[in-house]
Design a protein around this ligand. Structure first.
Ligand code: NAP
Length: 373
């Protein structure tokens, strides 16, 4: 059991933050979580409900502060802020906007850039000035070469304001670290999916939105033809078969971040928590289709739609999934040697994405969707 620490954490109601909070509490640490209430549910209740899903039953070491990262001083009162500054040993910054839409650019930057600046302002006041920042491997944007852990801005362009804002936040952190104002470690997960053992997932971003859109279309068809198990759905999806997506299970991300964060040499480091073996689109899509019991879905290039225009269903699907389609055209490769070196001989390894793995991940989610009918 590690020495219990006093940790201030943002994003505890989110996918990564809730799993991290659960692990920190189970490991005996004291967690002060900054969270927002919803219209009818207090911040405390929201965090407790979400954090209990990954398996926490005792909350006596969980302290909740209502706040908002986009506000100066994180929206904390002077008393609450002074209390956090005097008691916190390290900060984990997980909160962010994961919105991709160009029309939300200002809001995304307010959360991801201004929000990170407000967190930095707090970290600078702490005795140990220690920050663990959760970024994303996709700050590499439209790079077509190998993105190194030591690189941030190499003049790349971005697919969307999310990537750009997360890159800007990292630049701010690097500058503060270099100026000796903080001691930061940066973790860059790729696309985080469910638990590698059970497939279980608590939040449904990215590829799960893709599965859900397909499942919803298929449900409508199944209602019309209930006797058929496998459905034929001729649907062309704009994407490149031999390009990849980089999936990492949530347990690898949490285990990896916590292990690395405990290493004395991790301050100043940036770590790609990405899969050393990204998955080709032609491999994961058929596996998901098998689980959804559908055939006829194929990845095609723009040329296919020039030859034969989009059907109504295809254009509806494309519109719904516009942001995720960007990633089906290709992604950078992420060099993750720093993370692999730090995790060598710890038993923490990113599992390869096999058919069995995809089936477990998609199967868990489809069961979840079907149970909700
Ligand atoms: N999920 C992935 O595949 C993935 C991959 C790579 C990197 N990441 C990074 O990992 C981090 C966590 O992502 P996630 O998947 O856990 O996202 P998530 O599930 O969408 O959670 C986002 C969290 O941020 C909080 N938040 C947003 N705006 C806030 C504000 N103004 N004030 C306070 N809290 C605010 C949300 O609180 P509410 O519940 O109140 O909205 C929520 O707790 C992010 O930095 C993201 O960029 C995620």
């Amino acid at each position: 059991m590690p020495h219990p620490r006093n940790i201030f954490l943002t994003g505890a109601t989110g996918f990564i933050g809730s799993h991290l909070t659960a692990r920190l509490l189970n490991d005996g640490h004291h967690v002060t979580a900054l969270a927002r209430p919803s219209k009818n549910v207090s911040a405390r209740e929201r965090v407790q409900n979400i954090v209990s899903a990954p398996g926490v039953t005792r909350f006596e070491h969980l302290h909740i502060l209502e706040g908002d990262i986009s506000l100066p001083h994180l929206g904390l009162s002077d008393t609450a802020r002074a209390e956090v500054i005097s008691s916190t040993e390290e900060v984990w910054h997980c909160a962010a906007s994961l919105s991709f839409e160009q029309q939300n650019r200002t809001e995304i930057f307010r959360m991801n850039v201004d929000g990170t600046r407000h967190v930095l302002d707090l970290v600078k006041q702490l005795k140990g000035r220690r920050l663990h920042h959760v970024s994303t491997a996709y700050i590499a944007g439209n790079r077509s070469d190998v993105a190194m852990e030591t690189e941030i801005d190499v003049g790349q362009s971005f697919k969307n304001p999310y990537e750009e804002s997360k890159c800007r936040a990292e630049i701010m952190i690097a500058e503060a670290h270099q100026a000796d104002a903080i001691r930061a470690s940066v973790y860059r997960p790729s696309i985080v999916i469910g638990d590698s053992k059970s497939g279980r997932v608590t939040h449904f971003h990215g590829v799960y939105a893709f599965i859900r859109a397909l499942w919803t279309a298929l449900e409508r068809l199944r209602r019309r033809t209930p006797q058929r198990d496998f459905i034929r759905l001729p649907l062309r999806v704009l994407g490149v078969e031999n390009q990849t997506l980089n999936f990492v299970p949530i347990d690898y991300v949490i285990d990896g971040m916590l292990e690395i964060s405990g290493r004395p040499d991790s301050a100043g480091g940036t770590y790609h928590l990405s899969n050393p073996l990204p998955t080709e689109n032609r491999f994961w899509l058929p596996s998901i289709c098998r689980i959804l019991r559908v055939e006829g879905i194929q990845l095609v290039g723009h040329g296919s739609f020039l030859k034969s225009p989009m059907t109504k269903l295809e254009s509806l699907f494309q519109k719904q999934m516009a942001f995720y389609y960007q990633y089906l055209q290709g992604e950078p490769r992420f060099d993750c040697r720093g993370a692999l070196d730090a995790l060598r001989n710890t038993g923490i390894e990113c599992p390869p994405v096999t058919v069995e793995f995809i089936s477990k991940m998609a199967g868990w989610y489809v069961d979840f969707l079907e149970a909700g009918i």
